[in-house]
Design a protein around this ligand. Structure first.
Ligand code: ZN
Ligand code: ZN
Length: 580
């Protein structure tokens, strides 16, 4: 606790000089910083053409960077030049929007150095090398005519062989897990160079000569990919790196990715305490609900077992595969009306959310997700993609629907849509910052959605013992994501212990737990973003409540909090507290 206090105190120094009225000098400084940001983004896209295409900036679609030593030099020179430029600005004199942008740019630059010099995943993660997705995006994108896109595709193919040659040179002691992933993903994605391209060429108005040239190059590209996969399969990798990141690197990556006022060690402890607290609350509810759902059956002596049996019974209340999408569609306006009636926050009605069946190119991953328009395509729709259950076996569909039962489905909609991700997005578009849309903080974004769930239930949404019990189960998922990630990467947690945690203590189905194990062996830190962001937002609210007493207004708090855009919570907190 003491350590935590120290880190919060350090941050408060960052914003110590806060003025209520801005001098002309400060306004000029903000103007200068705005110009700097424009230049930063322009150069960023120039040296990261793949990233640029991904956010909808298509000027460099035809360029494929080769990940060799020269490329690394270009990245480091860019970082040093930008860090130098930042030194010209006294962050205290910048506007709130520019303060947070300043820290986010600085963090991004320092994270790049960390990634190249310490993390070095380019040596041990072969799945970082994969060109297929970016070529597929050119074919699927609707941003320009097919002919223009195909010509970019054509030019971009030139570097594919050199790209994979550089990859082979970089790789030193890859992990077994990332090697397998690289083989599967590269081979799986390579169809873009045969069937997908051939179909697109047929529909296009390119000349026969151009088409022929492209098909030839595509053969070479495809061969480079299959060669890479073969090379990985035959690599004599006697001492593969462990997929576990290790405590030292993990602590640093946590700081760069989450940008929290907590360290990884601190949030680990908070998450464990929270899990205990949730179990106690769940036991009280499950015990109370026992007779309603289990009649005269004898209660298990193990508390966790008792909770599990009640949850299993409540989970039988669920919709059908056919009605899954329409059920979600029906709930969105209900949630919006509820938020309005309870005065929880204002929701701009001019940018409605469109619920749609998951488009084919996203298919395969069941569930729900939000597709937000990128920073260069602001007027596009925001979609709520719902995975279809058609074609599933009855058994798989049943298991999935029990997971997303009548209670959890509502919490999912709160998380993804109202007042979760979709609502946060509407707010962040109102305080436009290109920096926050390209470097947006994942812990703030996920933390808000997880906070929204709790806040809705606290306000009385569908209040019942069942609803709360199922909410706690859902919240355990975020909580255990954090415990799992830190335990696996820094504390050598075994697979068996991990599956035990997820199935016995977080009440997950075996399939879900298996999937999570796979995810934790392939990613690091990201699984912590949900719980860490949620904890910080919730604590900030409680702190302000205490400070403001009768003056505290929940709606105002939410609107103010969201007005800062997708910035790290620790900076939003500092700005909100300094306004007191
Ligand atoms: Zn059923
Ligand atoms: Zn989310």
């Amino acid at each position: 606790m003491k350590k935590l206090f120290v880190s919060i105190f350090t941050i408060s120094l960052l914003f110590s000089c806060n003025k209520s009225t801005k001098s002309n000098e400060d306004k000029a400084l903000d103007g200068k910083f705005d110009k700097y940001k424009d230049g930063f983004v322009t150069s960023l896209w120039k040296i990261n053409p793949g990233w640029a295409s991904g956010v909808g900036y298509h000027k460099y679609d035809s360029i494929l960077s080769v990940p060799d030593a020269n490329e690394e030099k270009i990245q480091l020179e860019f970082v040093n030049a930008q860090l130098d430029s930042l030194k010209q600005y006294n962050v205290d004199n910048l506007s709130d929007n520019n303060k947070t942008d300043f820290y986010m740019i600085k963090n991004q630059l320092e994270a790049t150095v960390f990634s190249i010099k310490e993390m070095k995943s380019s040596e041990w993660n072969p799945s970082e090398y994969n060109v297929c997705g970016s070529f597929a995006e050119i074919l699927n994108g609707k941003y320009d005519s097919l002919e223009v896109r195909l010509r970019a595709f054509n030019a971009k193919m030139n570097n594919v062989p050199a790209y994979y040659e550089a990859a082979k040179k970089n790789i030193k002691n890859p992990t077994v897990e990332h090697t397998e992933l690289a083989i599967a993903q590269n081979l799986g994605g390579s169809s873009v160079f045969d069937t997908d391209l051939a179909t697109a060429l047929k529909q296009s108005k390119l000349t026969e000569a151009e088409k022929k040239e492209m098909l030839e190059k595509a053969k070479t590209a495809k061969k480079a990919i299959t060669d890479y996969a073969d090379w990985l399969k035959n690599l004599p990798n006697k001492t593969p790196r462990s997929f576990r990141l290790g405590a030292a690197l993990y602590a640093k990556k946590f700081n760069f990715d989450i940008q929290s006022s907590y360290t990884a060690d601190e949030i680990f402890k908070v998450a464990n305490d929270h899990k205990k607290d949730l179990h106690e609350k769940m036991f009280v509810l499950a015990d109370k609900l026992w007779t309603k759902y289990k009649g005269n059956e004898a209660k298990p002596t193990n508390k966790l077992e008792l909770i599990k049996q009640v949850i299993d019974k409540i989970s039988l209340q669920h919709t059908t595969p056919e009605k899954f999408q329409s059920e979600i569609e029906k709930q969105i306006p209900e949630l919006t009306a509820y938020v309005k009636a309870k005065d929880l926050l204002y929701i701009d009605p001019s940018k409605p959310l469109v619920v749609r069946k998951e488009p084919a190119y996203m298919a395969g991953v069941a569930g729900a997700s939000i597709s937000a328009p990128g920073p260069y395509d602001k007027n596009a729709n925001t979609y709520y993609n719902v995975g279809s259950l058609s074609g599933w076996t009855a058994e798989n569909a049943e298991s999935y629907l029990r997971e997303y039962n009548d209670y959890i489905l509502q919490i999912l909609n709160i998380h993804e849509a109202v007042p979760g991700h979709y609502t946060q997005l509407v707010y962040s578009n109102q305080s436009p910052s290109i920096i926050k849309s390209i470097l947006g903080n994942g812990a703030m974004v996920e933390g808000w959605a997880v906070y929204a769930e709790k806040m809705m239930l606290e306000s009385g949404y569908k209040n019942s013992d069942e609803m709360w019990l199922m909410y706690y189960k859902w919240n355990l998922r975020a909580t255990c994501n954090t415990i799992l990630d830190i335990s696996v990467h820094t504390k050598n947690m075994s697979k068996e212990a991990a599956i035990d945690l997820l199935t016995k203590e977080a009440f997950q189905q075996q399939a879900e737990a298996d999937g999570k194990w796979k995810r934790v062996t392939l990613s690091q830190v990201q699984l912590c973003s949900y719980f860490t962001g949620y904890t910080e937002i919730y604590n900030l609210r409680e702190e302000l409540k205490k400070k403001e007493g009768d003056q505290f207004n929940l709606k105002k708090f939410h609107e103010k909090f969201l007005s800062f855009g997708s910035a790290p919570v620790k900076y939003i907190k500092e700005l909100m507290l300094s306004k007191e």
